[in-house]
Design a protein around this ligand. Structure first.
Ligand code: UD1
Length: 430
């Protein structure tokens, strides 16, 4: 298995291009199942999760064509991909394809809405019963679906072949449930309302794509979405928004190592809460026409408490990276995770680099140390892995990050991008 080897201590300087957002690209790709016409997506990142979802969509009968490179194209430019679901040949998403990526479960919404039926394997990590997909099931039932769970699969049917408009009140804000119910409602008969909807920029990206495809959605970007179902959707061309998590990750890396980096193509409005915190910690955040510039002089980092929350709050997907930054702060800070129960898996690995972190329940108290020291560490999930990379960039000596399979799921050409900015980082095969 590949590893990342890095030697810390260098400042980051230069330009770092931000890729299209993984968490936006995935639901947009899934939306292609809603129409027989082509859906063209621009700025799709080259990631393992995108490849895996392509396999799943192909299994349903989606034709996928990637536009080749053109003269003058930058090699960091996102892909332009056309998805055409002219005929859905299979409404089953099997375990072998779905088990590695939770988002692949989301195909249930469009399949059910367009074909009147879907059989989708429960996503990975569902050993404790139906809880992790309960919002999806309840929501689709509100739209008239008949659902049974059998042998690890969710079997859903729309009586008479078409879903019916209904009211869905999400018990708590869920990005995935909002994506799925919104997609399903676009083709339902009548009007649907989703209350307590997620308003993450990725949800807005999907809603705007659906509107381009002919869906009737009101309240985009708010907690209440009203969707008037239509008979059919048509093709469209849509841009994937820049990745706000990648942006925040590299912004924190610069805040840790010092330096001056333009995060090219980044959109500050999508991560204002995190940028505000970064400023308080002592980094300069400058919005420019073509991105966000992060400037950090010296290595003094002010400790600032953070409570993670849904958008527009501080994102849970930046919690691990922020913890890395706080581990070098001049004092103690408290980080509270409120979205996921078990999202402090990076703590023990950060401790191997010399961080002082005490976890109690959902809160981590981080006492900054003057120097982190390189070590061998192991990545446990996507965001945790990258927190180890940025901590390693600021640590003394060599850090080896093992099991980087997770990084490839969500960070495009990480070592390329960082080494262009002066980091000593390389991938070691095997
Ligand atoms: C998405 C993101 C993920 C991010 C998360 C929260 C993608 C591909 N993934 O994940 O990176 O960390 O939003 O911003 O976009 N829940 C239930 N029952 C359900 C559904 C959710 O209890 O049926 C709970 C979850 O366990 C969690 C909370 O709701 O505690 C929010 O999760 P949710 O927003 O649904 O996360 P995802 O959409 O899976």
């Amino acid at each position: 298995m590949d590893r990342i080897r890095l030697v810390g201590g260098n400042e980051l300087n230069g330009e770092l291009p931000i890729s299209g957002a993984k968490n936006a690209a995935l639901p947009l790709m899934i939306a292609s199942l809603l129409t027989k016409d082509p859906l063209v997506l621009n700025n799709v990142p080259r990631l393992a999760d995108v490849k895996q979802l392509e396999r799943i969509l192909e299994n349903h009968g989606v034709d996928i064509s990637v536009q080749g490179r053109r003269r003058g194209d930058d090699d960091m430019q996102g892909q332009r991909i056309t998805f055409t679901a002219h005929d859905i040949v299979d409404t089953c998403a099997p375990y072998e394809l779905v088990s590695t990526m939770r988002a692949s479960f989301w195909v249930i919404g469009p399949l059910l809405a367009r074909m009147g039926e879907a059989r989708v394997s429960m996503p990975g990590g569902c050993a404790i019963g139906t809880r992790p997909v309960d919002f999806y099931i309840d929501g689709l039932q509100q739209l008239g679906a008949e659902i049974e769970i059998d042998g690890g699969y969710v079997n859903a049917k729309a009586p008479g072949g078409r879903l019916k408009g209904g009211k869905v009140v999400l018990p708590r804000i869920s990005v995935g449930a909002t994506h799925v119910i919104m997609m399903a409602a676009t083709l339902a008969e009548g009007t649907s309302v989703i209350e307590n909807a997620a308003m993450e920029p990725e949800v807005t990206n999907l809603a705007e794509c659906l509107v381009e495809m002919g869906a009737k959605i009101e309240g985009v970007g708010t907690r209440t979405l009203t969707i008037q179902g239509v008979e059919a959707l048509h093709g469209a061309e849509v841009d994937v928004i820049p990745d706000r998590i990648e942006t925040g990750t590299y912004a924190m890396a610069v805040a840790m190592t010092g330096g001056n980096v333009l995060l090219k193509g980044a959109n500050a409005a999508h991560l204002q809460a995190a940028l505000d915190v970064l400023k308080e910690t002592g980094a300069e955040v400058i919005e420019e026409d073509d991105g966000i510039r992060i400037v950090k002089n010296g290595n003094a980092v002010k400790p600032i408490d953070v409570d993670v929350s849904e958008y527009p709050g501080f994102p849970t997907d930046l919690q691990a990276q922020y913890m890395a930054l706080m581990s070098r702060a001049d004092g103690t800070s408290t980080i509270r995770e409120t979205i996921f129960e078990n999202r402090f898996m990076h703590v023990s690995e950060l401790a191997r680099l010399g961080a002082h972190i005490d976890v109690e329940g959902q809160a981590a108290e981080v006492t900054g140390v003057e120097h982190l020291k390189g070590a061998q560490v192991m990545a446990t999930d996507l965001r945790a892995s990258v927190s180890l990379v940025i901590a390693g960039l600021a640590a003394e000596g060599e850090t080896i990050v093992n099991r980087i399979y997770h990084l490839d799921r969500g960070f495009e050409r990480l070592e390329d991008k960082l080494s262009r900015c002066g980091a000593k980082i390389e991938r070691v095969s095997g």
